[in-house]
Design a protein around this ligand. Structure first.
Ligand SMILES: C=C(O[C@H]1C=CC=C(C(=O)O)[C@@H]1O)C(=O)O
Length: 416
């Protein structure tokens, strides 16, 4: 937990900007994460004043303030990256620091030099022009057609009874120049998607950043100890070709999407059953807007104090990940199938990420609608839930739409 609030800046006293702090963390080689929770105006920037990122068990009760980042598949059982919250800055919408907090204290030998260095950096970001991201080609390293073949194989395997659903994914690759401004990209996504969890994470030891705007809560534990998770699946475009938003009440779902989403809900209920928890609230499914897409969503809620289960968040995190929204059901055969046919490493895509014990809350999201930025190459990841009624071309188009959640904001097509 944060135990020391350093300063509440008064007008004219401190004028740190997100950009200077971000640039300083980068110059000094420190890991950093910036995020904006859904429906919030303020963003939070965390700087970890150490070069190495810790590997920790995702134990929400035991962890101090920080930011978790889990890959889809763990190298070691349950081990995830943990960025320690040595400095936490709350920012307004224009990136100005409103509050700073640190468990170390302002005069700590690492904190003071960092703040002094940040005060020297001119807060200038290059504006994000549409030309900053350039399409490289559609699918690297997997050749075009492979995704559709994998979908066809999955449909055949489902019809033969090996599993009920599998989520197959692919990448889309673009290039960017040295002057690509990640923080400006983050702010653009915040403005475009007020209901998403928008985040940018810098991992110096891997020389990469992850930028995304995900709609999917995995585990939320709020300050009142209320646990929440959601079942999210089923996808259709939210606007017409000309860009007009289709009214939510007019959205109709086919049998394929209804079943695909019901499998995710059932999976969550099975997790509750495993721990014999019956006192959960279930709301939905209802149609929700996620950027350029509509999904079906069911919400689940538990008052952990009422059921006397303080460690529910951690227990459910272990049981839920990877959910049927990113892996499949039953989990084991679906996972075996996807790792053998996808042909690439998902890395942090479809893992989870988010703040832990920040302002007494933990908010972990499934890492969807995300891109990796590394050495001039931006890799966008997207997947689609495959059931026995899937059509390979339609699933391809669905992954294309999911890639567009980021690309329509960061690399809009100049011809449209
Ligand atoms: C796997 C992704 O989305 C999941 C979440 C919502 C809807 C989904 C679907 O309709 O297939 C996916 O299960 C992704 O965005 O890469």
């Amino acid at each position: 937990m944060i135990d020391q609030e350093i300063t509440t800046p008064e007008p004219g006293v401190i004028s740190y900007q997100a950009q200077s702090l971000w640039d300083t963390a980068q110059a000094l080689g420190f890991p950093a994460a910036i995020w904006r929770l859904p429906h919030r105006a303020e963003a939070v920037l965390l700087v970890s004043l150490r070069e190495q990122i810790a590997r920790r068990q995702p134990d929400l009760e035991a962890l101090p303030t920080g930011f978790l980042l889990s890959p889809f598949l763990h190298a070691q059982p349950d081990e995830v990256l943990f960025l320690e919250g040595d400095l936490i800055f709350t920012l307004n919408e224009s990136g100005q620091v409103l509050r700073m907090e640190s468990p170390l204290g302002e005069e700590h030998p690492l904190v003071r030099p960092f703040l002094d260095a940040a005060a020297q950096v001119p807060a200038k970001a290059a504006p994000l022009a549409p030309t900053h991201l350039h399409p490289l080609n559609d699918e690297v390293p997997v050749p075009t057609g492979t995704f559709q073949n994998a979908v066809a194989q999955a449909v055949a395997a489902i019809r033969e009874g090996y599993f009920d659903k599998v989520v197959l994914s692919r990448t889309k690759t673009l290039t960017y120049a040295d002057d690509f401004p990640p923080l400006e990209a983050f702010q653009r996504l915040c403005r475009a998607y007020p209901t998403a969890f928008v985040s940018l994470v810098r991992l110096p030891e891997r020389d990469e950043m992850w930028l995304g705007a995900t709609p999917e809560t995995l585990v939320e534990l709020d300050a009142n100890r209320i646990f929440r998770t959601i079942a999210l699946a089923g996808t259709q475009r939210a606007s017409t070709e000309s860009g007009t938003l289709l009214p939510r009440q007019e959205v109709r779902w086919g049998q394929k999407e209804i079943e695909e989403q019901a499998l995710v809900s059932r999976y969550i209920i099975e997790c509750f059953k495993k721990i014999r928890l019956r006192e959960y609230l279930e709301r939905g499914p209802k149609t929700v807007l996620a950027g350029n897409l509509y999904h079906l969503q069911t919400e689940f809620e538990v008052d952990t104090q009422e059921v006397n289960f303080p460690e529910l968040g951690t227990v459910m995190l272990r049981l839920l990940h990877p959910t049927s929204a990113v892996c499949g059901t039953p989990k084991e055969p679906a996972l075996r199938f996807l790792t053998s046919v996808e042909g690439y490493d998902r890395s942090f895509y479809s893992g989870y990420l988010g703040p832990v014990n920040v302002e007494r809350a933990s908010n972990l999201y499934v890492n969807l609608r995300t891109m990796r930025l590394a050495q001039g190459v931006a890799t966008v990841f997207a997947g689609a839930g495959i059931t026995e009624d899937s059509d390979p071309e339609r699933e391809w188009e669905e992954t294309e739409l999911k890639c567009q959640t980021l690309l329509r904001v960061l690399a809009p097509d100049p011809t449209t």
